[in-house]
Design a protein around this ligand. Structure first.
Ligand code: NAD
Length: 438
């Protein structure tokens, strides 16, 4: 099948590569000419395990190519996927300008029946909006359909998630239109659900809002554990084994970040409000999440008091492990606050250092390894739970530090082990290991 994918970000590039791998002819379009150039040269704009190999294989086999020419791409395609960014506006509303730009060009370019499938995360009603924009810009009436095909991949496991999604959601105006996408996805042999367009749009937001709620819920429980002397990791285990609850997304820590959960929760609150419903539950979820970074910095401040003049090694900068994405990363807020309070900050991340340089204040010192970051530090603050950190040589880390104090924002290490190793250890929703106890 001839397909074009508009937007070569996390979603578009991975989607394009996987569809090509399934044997389709895929043209990936982006209006960022430099990005298209580097993709043509075999350089990936993002870090995603397995992506570079998959792209290279399909480019070499002639099934995958890159262009800035959306008009030509639309004219050769049976299905046009929209995967451009839908960032938040300051009031939480979703900025649909990129989707609108693409819809306009699709309308102008269309020469025969085309299915336009929207993969970008967009509020209910956007399918109808895209239809109107296309219709308005057609030179003469040509039939087309707009489908909602929301994307659920996770950065860091995007290829695996796209090859083996839990479900494929196809929101289509008719069964016949849905069949085009069913046929495309059939080789994956995964469960597919066909809905109307607004319901598919809502499934995406409702899913992300629910997962965000689980995260904020356990973080609120962690706050209570800290006050009442319980251990949130034990609470999580006890809750998660209940089949009705499950343990996924039930880890206490610094809260959610990234390019999806923060903006999607804000957007759903905004959409609900626009429709006349005050989504107070989700507003609380957002608020609890916003407090996480300052809660962590308060923990650090209280233990190191005063913070001014202290050297803090921050381990992990990406918003989560296995990605170099720094969008809405908790590290940014934590580091900004530490600097404001007079600390000096040395940082290390296995893959996000380049992306971090564009986001972090100039005062930060970048280090080549966790041990270099910890050298002479008054404390280590773990922000992103990379596997590499789980298996650190903690004796070596301690030996490099001026004071053996660790703040674990993701409960990566075990308090008992940290006590044995001679650390003062503070984590989330658990009793601190203090020097007098060691
Ligand atoms: P991204 O910012 O990584 O990529 C978007 C791409 O679109 C960029 O390369 C940009 O240059 C391009 N673009 C913007 N305007 C364009 C235009 N007019 N014509 C052609 N190209 C244009 O975004 P992303 O993370 O891939 O997210 C895309 C959408 O998918 C968003 O709606 C997001 O919410 C959703 N989504 C993202 C994820 C994720 O994990 N990143 C997961 C599920 C859904």
């Amino acid at each position: 099948m001839n397909i074009c994918v508009v937007g070569t970000g996390y979603v578009g590039l991975v989607t394009g590569a996987v569809f090509a791998d399934l044997g389709n002819d895929v043209l990936c379009v982006d209006n960022d000419a430099a990005k298209v150039e580097s993709l043509r040269a075999g350089q990936m704009p993002i870090y995603e395990p397995g992506l570079e190999e998959m792209v290279a294989r399909n480019v070499a086999d002639g099934r995958l190519s890159f262009t800035t020419d959306l008009t030509a791409a639309v004219r050769r395609s049976v299905i046009v996927f929209i995967t451009v960014g839908t960032p938040p506006k300051p009031d939480g509303q979703t900025d649909l300008s990129a989707v609108e730009d693409v819809a306009r060009v699709i309308g102008q370019a269309m020469e025969r029946y085309t299915v336009v499938a929207n993969k970008s995360t967009v509020p209910i009603g956007t399918g109808e909006f895209v239809r109107e924009v296309i219709e308005k810009h057609q030179l003469y009436p040509i039939p087309f359909d707009v489908v909602s095909n929301p994307e659920f991949l996770r950065e860091g496991s995007a290829i695996e998630d796209t090859l083996r999604p839990d479900r494929i959601v196809i929101g289509a105006p008719t069964q016949q239109v849905a069949m085009t996408l069913l046929e495309l996805y059939a080789p994956l042999e995964r469960p597919m659900i066909i809905t109307d367009v607004p319901s598919a749009e809502m499934i995406k937001y409702a899913s992300n809002a629910f997962l965000s709620t689980k995260i904020s819920f356990i973080n609120a429980i962690a706050n209570i554990c800290e006050l009442g002397g319980a251990d949130v990791t034990q609470v999580m285990k006890g809750m998660g084994l209940d089949a009705r609850i499950g343990s996924a997304f039930l880890s206490a820590g610094l809260g959610y970040g990234g390019s999806c959960f923060p903006k999607d929760t804000d957007s759903l609150v905004h959409t609900a409000s626009g429709l006349g419903y005050d989504f107070a539950l989700l507003r609380s979820v957002v608020e609890i999440n916003r407090d996480r970074a300052s809660h962590f910095v308060d923990l650090i401040t209280k233990a190191l008091n005063p913070l001014a003049g202290r050297a803090i090694a921050v381990l992990g900068l990406a918003f989560k492990p296995n990605t170099d994405d720094m969008r809405e990363a908790k590290s940014v807020e934590v580091i900004e606050r530490l600097l404001e309070l007079g600390a000096s900050v040395r940082v290390y991340d296995p893959v996000a250092m380049t992306a971090a340089r564009r986001m972090l204040p100039a005062a930060v010192t970048y280090c080549e390894s966790p041990y270099e970051a910890a050298t002479g530090a008054d404390a280590v603050a773990l922000v992103t739970e990379w596997n590499e950190f789980k298996f650190l040589n903690l004796e070596r880390l301690r030996a490099a530090m001026r004071r053996p104090v660790v703040f674990d924002g993701r409960n990566l290490w075990e308090p008992e082990r940290m006590r044995r190793l001679g650390f003062e250890y503070h984590s989330i929703g658990r009793r601190s290991v203090l020097p007098t106890q060691s």
